[in-house]
Design a protein around this ligand. Structure first.
Ligand SMILES: *[C@@H]1O[C@H](CO)[C@@H](O)[C@H](O)[C@H]1NC(C)=O
Ligand SMILES: *[C@@H]1O[C@H](CO)[C@@H](O)[C@H](O)[C@H]1NC(C)=O
Ligand SMILES: *[C@@H]1O[C@H](CO)[C@@H](O)[C@H](O)[C@H]1NC(C)=O
Ligand SMILES: *[C@@H]1O[C@H](CO)[C@@H](O)[C@H](O)[C@H]1NC(C)=O
Ligand SMILES: *[C@@H]1O[C@H](CO)[C@@H](O)[C@H](O)[C@H]1NC(C)=O
Length: 537
């Protein structure tokens, strides 16, 4: 019974296996965004005379299926307006250049915060907000990351991190809008009559600005029923304050640079968010020492200068998916490093390297450094270390003797050297690739030939098979014939022998009688002769 069922299911099993294999093959084809995205690889989402929005989806490789981090770069020309949108997910942002004003709709009023270079802020899902740039020379540039908040496990649908108020409002027809807004029908008509606006428009005069505020306000009221709220009622004041990277106190600072992490303590608005921020400034020829983050993936954006990044695979990763990397980064590049992957960032000798990062935790700086006073190695038993490196414990002592700070250090020409090694590796890889291609080509050709030959041989074989069969048949017939012949001969021989045997005895008898006959003949002859002789006389 079971056997029968299995037999019946077998074709389906094979079929589903086939689809499974196919499906994984298809998945392989889904472009996995690498761990580094150059500035010119950003995807443009909006481009008008008044501003641009570009986006980067970045995921750390080796973590297949990991959710890619979505970043947007919003650039507003002086005196431009990013029209109101409602946010679907958490948004944490950093003001890279310029200044302006962020406005969002609260329960009962529109709130504003001034934005200036270095400011950091977070907006919760459901917030209706808009941004205006100041009328000054510098563009307002905002680097934003979008992510789920701590208590919201819904995966945002890709591409819909926020939606425009315009689309939301005009999705309803006039009667509903009129009933909802409780305004004269002309107002609704005027709104629905308006042409669709791009996401960024020219800044509107002060007087008209109130219109957007009014609209955002009303939208907030409609959406407010969903239970979204920008504020804990208790700390309204605190949450309307941004945090500025340049006025904050660095976690670490020496002549080689500084680093700073923004925590919930620094920025109240980060409460409930999964995203933390940090910033590092490495002066010329310095390095952020080898370290890893055991808590979070880090997505970093280069704000200024150029440098090299070295990322080492953590050994738990499959070697095939993850290899040690080094790459050169410059202003505008984005790179991601997964948790537990040791990394080091280096500035070239001629330029300082400044980068900011989003990390997927809001906890205080969790970096674990390999060397120096705070090295994790310091906490391990020396003998154990000696064993793991297969060196004497004296060597380990020497290794760990310098107990200075080893967070941001002088590393003159390190970046240059890394770049040189990268170039060499590149060359080697290219050569390998080349020879691999050649080999592939050769084996392909060989296969082709083998296939052709195979076809021939197959034909020949088929022919041979037939001949062989015939031959065999003939042989069999022959053998059978010979066998028969042999038996026949044997039988004949046996029969002969028997006959001979049988004949032998009578022959002996015959012989004797013949002799007798001869003798008789002889005697007859003698008698005749005698008689003849007698007759002569
Ligand atoms: C709406 O547009 C139509 C034609 O484009 C125009 O006739 C009408 O007056 C407009 N209504 C309002 C309220 O602006
Ligand atoms: C980084 O540090 C260098 C040298 O200390 C300084 O000239 C530069 O302005 C700093 N950059 C930023 C963005 O703070
Ligand atoms: C700094 O040095 C690097 C490596 O030698 C070079 O590629 C880069 O162009 C230099 N930057 C400037 C601003 O000269
Ligand atoms: C450790 O090093 C010694 C030489 O210093 C060598 O003889 C030995 O084979 C090494 N052990 C392992 C496991 O590599
Ligand atoms: C190294 O370890 C050996 C035992 O394995 C011990 O006798 C020796 O004193 C140690 N040396 C140092 C410098 O700790």
């Amino acid at each position: 019974m079971l056997k029968k069922a299995v037999l019946l299911l077998l074709p389906f099993l094979i079929l589903s296996l086939f689809f499974l294999i196919n499906a994984t093959a298809l998945n392989e084809n889904v472009p996995i965004v690498g761990p580094m995205v150059k500035k010119d690889q950003r995807k443009s989402l909006v481009s008008t005379d008044y501003g641009q929005i570009s986006a980067v989806d970045i995921s750390t490789d080796g973590e297949r299926g990991s959710y890619p981090y979505h970043l947007q770069f919003i650039k507003l020309e002086p005196d431009a307006l990013f029209l109101p949108v409602v946010l679907h997910v958490d948004m944490v942002f950093y003001v890279h250049t310029g200044s302006g004003r962020l406005s969002w709709a609260d329960e009962d009023e529109t709130r504003h915060v001034k934005l200036r270079k270095g400011d950091v802020y977070r907006l919760e899902p459901g917030t209706v907000f808009f941004v205006q740039s100041d009328f000054q020379r510098q563009k307002l540039r905002i680097n934003a990351i979008f992510a789920n908040s701590a208590d919201d496990l819904h995966e945002p649908s890709i591409g819909a991190y926020y939606s425009s108020i315009h689309d939301l409002v005009l999705g309803f027809d006039k009667r509903i809008l009129q009933a909802a807004f409780k305004v004269p029908v002309e107002v609704i008509e005027a709104i629905t009559n308006g042409t669709k606006q791009p996401a960024i428009v020219h800044g509107v005069p002060k007087k008209e600005r109130t219109f957007w505020e009014w609209e955002a306000q009303l939208m907030k009221r409609i959406l407010g029923s969903k239970g979204y709220s920008m504020f804990d009622v208790n700390n309204k004041k605190k949450k309307t304050k941004t945090f500025n990277m340049f006025s904050g106190k660095p976690d670490f600072e020496n002549c080689n640079g500084w680093s700073l992490t923004v925590t919930k303590k620094d920025l109240n608005a980060l409460k409930g968010s999964n995203i933390g921020l940090f910033m590092v400034n490495l002066t010329k020829g310095s390095m952020l020492g080898p370290h890893w983050n055991p808590m979070a993936t880090e997505v970093m954006i280069v704000l200024q200068g150029q440098g090299m990044v070295r990322v080492v695979c953590s050994s738990t990763m499959k070697e095939s998916k993850c290899r040690n990397r080094r790459f050169r980064v410059e202003e505008g590049d984005v790179f991601a490093v997964p948790r537990f992957h040791p990394m080091a960032q280096m500035a070239f000798n001629n330029e300082s390297l400044v980068f900011m990062g989003f990390s997927t935790t809001t906890k205080k700086n969790q970096h674990q450094f390999l060397a120096g006073k705070s090295s994790v190695l310091q906490t391990l038993d020396k003998h154990v270390l000696a064993a793991s490196f297969n060196v004497t414990n004296t060597t380990i002592d020497q290794l760990l003797a310098p107990r200075g700070e080893s967070i941001i250090l002088d590393c003159t020409s390190c970046a240059e050297e890394e770049e040189w090694i990268m170039g060499e590796e590149e060359k080697k890889r290219e050569e390998e690739e080349e020879s691999r291609k050649r080999e592939e080509e050769a084996s392909r050709r060989e296969e082709e030939e083998a296939r052709k030959r195979g076809e021939q041989t197959q034909q020949e074989e088929a022919q041979n098979d037939e001949e062989e069969e015939q031959r065999q048949r003939q042989q069999e017939v022959e053998a059978r014939r010979q066998e028969k012949e042999a038996t026949r001969r044997e039988q004949a021989a046996a029969a002969k022998r028997e006959e001979q045997e049988r004949e032998k005895r009578p022959e002996a008898v015959n012989n004797r009688s013949k002799k007798r006959k001869k003798l008789e003949k002889k005697s007859v002859g003698l008698a005749v002769a005698a008689r003849e002789r007698e007759e002569e006389f």
